[in-house]
Design a protein around this ligand. Structure first.
Ligand code: PLP
Length: 350
């Protein structure tokens, strides 16, 4: 039972979880494919997008449009849609598929340009893939729900699928259960992992819309989605996810996120205005202090350890993504440590 792969055999924890996810997700996302990690969930989502066109007899739509500062995982297809620098595209050269990677459009002019780009490439694009509202590991960048809605509308207008990677944002991180809710967007495919099991066991889900699913429903074997990870729908992991969803139902998780958002904003505010700090931003239970240049990361990490906290800055950002059950005291200890360390560092002779 631990590795039946859901290949012709299913168990109660998996069906229960699939039904609960379909009920919790925005309307239209109904069909759940389980795997064991975020990167694999992205691989499956990309495979679904490409095969969605092939199954309809449409060839040539094999490329993806993704965004600078995006992060979608460490396997090769996932890497290809990551930020080119963060995704080590240079190092692996031609092994990494050439995707169309653009800046997240913010202004009306940028959105108009984005629309033209999608239109120009529509016949070769399988899908647009995006981390909605918060691009996490690729730079901790935020965009507005209006931007998300506009990107979704552009993809829809030009008949390109929309894949939303909510592996980092899903389950409350941005203030709503799923980030896409804030823009009223329901993508064609959504990817979930990380907090799916409350972060306790490896499990991921790629969830497709009824419309996408219907393209795979056929008597022809070749139309099937051929992907069968050994631990697909692992019963123990599904049980952990079901337990976590129950906690979301019985404990005030989203209220906790709202409180964390406020405390992060207050606690990190003293950083803005410090030398070398170019931005302080908070979205849900994520707080970011962006610096103007890359300090000695090891020294910075050491400085945090001296404050008795484990904070791992990367590139030019110091960030906090606390668990939702963090106490007010613990959170204050974290934001105080950030302010103290960044303040000391900003005053140090460079
Ligand atoms: C962490 C992450 C992934 C990769 O998940 P793994 O389980 O580490 O493979 C993909 N996308 C996003 C947005 C992530 O934050």
């Amino acid at each position: 039972m631990p590795h039946v792969m859901l290949g012709g055999l299913v168990h109660e924890q998996a069906t229960r979880l699939a039904n609960r996810l379909a009920a919790a997700l925005p309307d239209g996302l109904e069909h759940v494919f389980f795997s064991e990690s975020g990167s694999v969930a992205v691989e499956v989502g990309m495979k679904i997008a490409v095969q969605h066109w092939l199954n309809q007899g449409i060839s040539g739509r094999t490329r993806f449009l993704s965004f600078r500062h995006g992060y979608h995982g460490d396997t090769f297809a996932a890497m290809s849609v990551c930020d080119p620098e963060e995704g080590m595209h240079q190092l692996f050269g031609e092994l990494v598929a050439g995707q169309l990677i653009v800046d997240v459009p913010h202004s009306a002019a940028e959105l108009a340009d984005f629309d033209k780009t999608v239109e120009r490439h529509r016949d070769e694009l399988a899908a647009v893939i995006l981390e909605p509202l918060v691009q996490a590991a690729g730079g901790m960048k935020f965009h507005s729900s209006e931007t998300l809605a506009a990107i979704a509308a552009t993809a829809s207008k030009h008949g390109v699928l929309l894949l939303l990677d909510e592996i980092a944002t899903g389950f409350g991180r941005t203030g709503s259960l799923f980030a896409c809710e804030q823009a009223g967007v329901s993508p064609d495919v959504i990817m979930l992992s990380k907090a799916l099991t409350g972060g306790t066991l490896p499990l991921a889900a790629t969830v497709a819309s009824e419309e996408v699913y219907s393209v795979f429903l056929s008597d022809t074997f070749e139309h099937a989605l051929m992907h069968g990870p050994t631990f697909a729908g692992n019963a123990l992991a599904c049980a952990a996810a079901n337990a976590s969803l129950t906690l979301f139902e019985t404990e005030p998780r989203l209220e906790q996120v709202a409180v964390i958002e406020q405390r992060l904003a207050e606690g990190l505010a003293p950083c803005s205005g410090l030398e070398h700090v170019i931005d302080v931003r908070v979205k849900g239970a994520t707080g970011v202090v962006q610096l103007d240049r890359v300090p000695d990361l090891d020294a910075l990490r050491e400085a945090f350890l001296d404050e008795s906290v484990w904070i791992r800055p990367f590139n030019d950002v110091v960030y906090l993504m606390p668990p939702f059950v963090v106490s007010e005291d613990e959170l204050e200890q974290l934001t105080r440590a950030v302010c103290r360390v960044v303040e000391r560092w900003s005053r140090a002779p460079s």
